[in-house]
Design a protein around this ligand. Structure first.
Ligand SMILES: Cc1ncc(COP(=O)(O)O)c(C=O)c1O
Length: 462
């Protein structure tokens, strides 16, 4: 039997050993870490950069995980948290309200597109998605159409890991360990235009949603959930007119449109909300991550007046909530974060600098392993291929060897944090803090060119 360990101070303990012994890293193969393959330990951040416990500096080309949008350790956010903690550390938003949650809800409503005026706070992305799915079901029940409970999502899309959100997540490997899931998740093709036949109408991808609604029976479908730019698979951008067609389809069949903007909101695409970039009006937006620039956990599910209305009358209520939702300190940080965006013109910066960022990535196309470059705003990906002409991909152990055996380690060793991912075809993803500029793009280039060139030369080994 294991006995309880004494608690050592951080300074005195061997952090590697303690991390391997006690810390359960998410989505990580804990068995892969040993004395030769250490757990990276990040100890400090500033602006676009972080440092590890050995003093090595890295460009955080992923902004944490698509979330430290204003850059690391902004004093304005620390001060907002400090001030709030001295004034009102915590108060629940179940039946009570507090000034910062009120102010933040009003601010978000003023920024959100159309009549998305009602804000339901959460503690993170999966909770926002979970809340949206529960609202969609419950809304239809309140309308006397309780059979409308299914949700249509896209293949390979990630919507979170809680059991409800997981039923929307379209990644077999993430679902398999936990089945049976919450029922009602249906999947349709995503907008992978790189592998879509040139001679086929791209809007057939939107029509596939209608086909599925009809197949399931519109009287059983509550909502469609889509990211403005799909992350998993590598920044799948919608073809022109896609979301307008989806909106028409949803309206035709009385199905709600949920825009999952856990990544795409808060400036990532150069707008407060991703739906603005592509000009569509969702019924619900789910967000989290960069709402506080990840300085403190917080999410928000933002819905239209129409959806909230049935819950605002008489003795009705939405029987759903989380203790930490709308936390005063998180709300204060989110308000300070939005203020920073506005003061520093971060949205305009992304809009102005997107072409330069993209051009840097495009300039790598001469390297044989670079198959595609795609994305929007400061959310871009490179797809890796064996053959640019045939688009032959790396599968199974080959992708494993390329990404985990070589690229991830090599990019990190040279000081660049980005994401090498093979949940679809292998890609490397980039989502730097929104303050990134020419110096950061140049550094990315100077790391990527030799590493991708070497990967091309070693292709036969993968
Ligand atoms: C589109 C999308 N939805 C939901 C989630 C889940 O968010 P969280 O990890 O905060 O629960 C994520 C996380 O990356 C996401 O990208």
């Amino acid at each position: 039997m294991q006995t309880a360990s004494p608690t050592p101070s951080v300074a005195s303990m061997d952090m590697q050993a303690e991390a391997r012994r006690h810390l359960w890293l998410h989505f990580s193969r804990m068995g892969g870490y040993d004395t030769e393959h250490e757990i990276p330990i990040i100890t400090r951040g500033e602006g676009c950069y972080v440092w590890d416990d050995k003093g090595n500096k890295y460009l955080d080309g992923l902004a944490g995980l698509f979330c430290v949008n204003a850059g690391h350790c902004r004093p304005e956010l620390a001060e907002a948290a400090h001030k709030q903690m001295r004034e009102l550390d915590f108060s629940i938003i179940w039946s009570y309200a507090h000034p910062k949650a009120i102010e933040l809800a009003s601010k978000i409503a003023s920024l959100a597109p159309g009549d998305l005026n009602r804000v339901f706070f959460t503690s993170g992305g999966a909770e926002s998605v979970e809340s949206a799915l529960k609202l969609a079901r419950n809304y239809w029940r309140m309308c006397g159409r309780g059979q409308k409970a299914k949700v249509i999502a896209r293949e390979i899309a990630y919507h979170g890991t809680t059991l409800g959100a997981l039923s929307a997540t379209g990644l077999t490997d993430l679902r398999a360990q936990f089945e049976p899931l919450s029922p009602g998740g249906c999947h349709v093709p995503n907008t992978n235009m790189y592998r879509y036949p040139d001679d086929r109408d791209p809007l057939l991808l939107a029509d596939a949603i209608e086909d599925r609604i009809i197949f399931e029976g519109p009287e059983t479908v509550a909502a469609v959930i889509l990211e403005p730019v799909q992350n998993a698979g590598g920044c799948f951008v919608p073809p022109d007119g896609y979301f307008q067609r989806v909106r028409e389809i949803c309206d035709r069949h009385d199905v709600l449109l949920i825009s999952d903007e856990v990544i795409c909101a808060w400036g990532r695409l150069g707008h407060f909300f991703g739906a603005e970039r592509f000009g569509y009006q969702p019924d619900i937006i789910t967000s989290a991550k960069a709402l506080t620039s990840a300085n403190i956990p917080m999410g928000a599910m933002i819905c239209s007046d129409k959806l909230a209305e049935p819950f605002m009358e008489g003795t009705e209520s939405f029987a759903h909530g989380f203790t930490f939702a709308g936390h005063p300190v998180a709300s204060a940080v989110a308000l300070a974060n939005i203020e920073l965006y506005e003061r520093d013109g971060l949205l305009e910066h992304v809009q102005n600098k997107e072409p330069e960022f993209r051009a840097m990535l495009e300039s790598l196309r001469d390297i044989p392993i670079v198959g595609d470059v795609r994305g929007a705003g400061f959310f871009q990906a490179i797809e890796l291929v064996r053959d640019q002409e045939t688009k032959e991909t790396f599968e199974g152990p080959q992708a494993e060897g390329l990404l985990r055996g070589f690229l991830s380690g090599e990019l990190y060793r040279r000081g660049l944090i980005c994401r090498a991912d093979d949940r679809g075809d292998p890609v490397i993803q980039f989502s730097p803090p929104l303050i990134a500029d020419t110096a950061e793009f140049e550094f990315m280039h100077d790391v990527l060119r030799p590493v991708l060139t070497e990967a091309s030369q070693r292709m036969d080994m993968f």
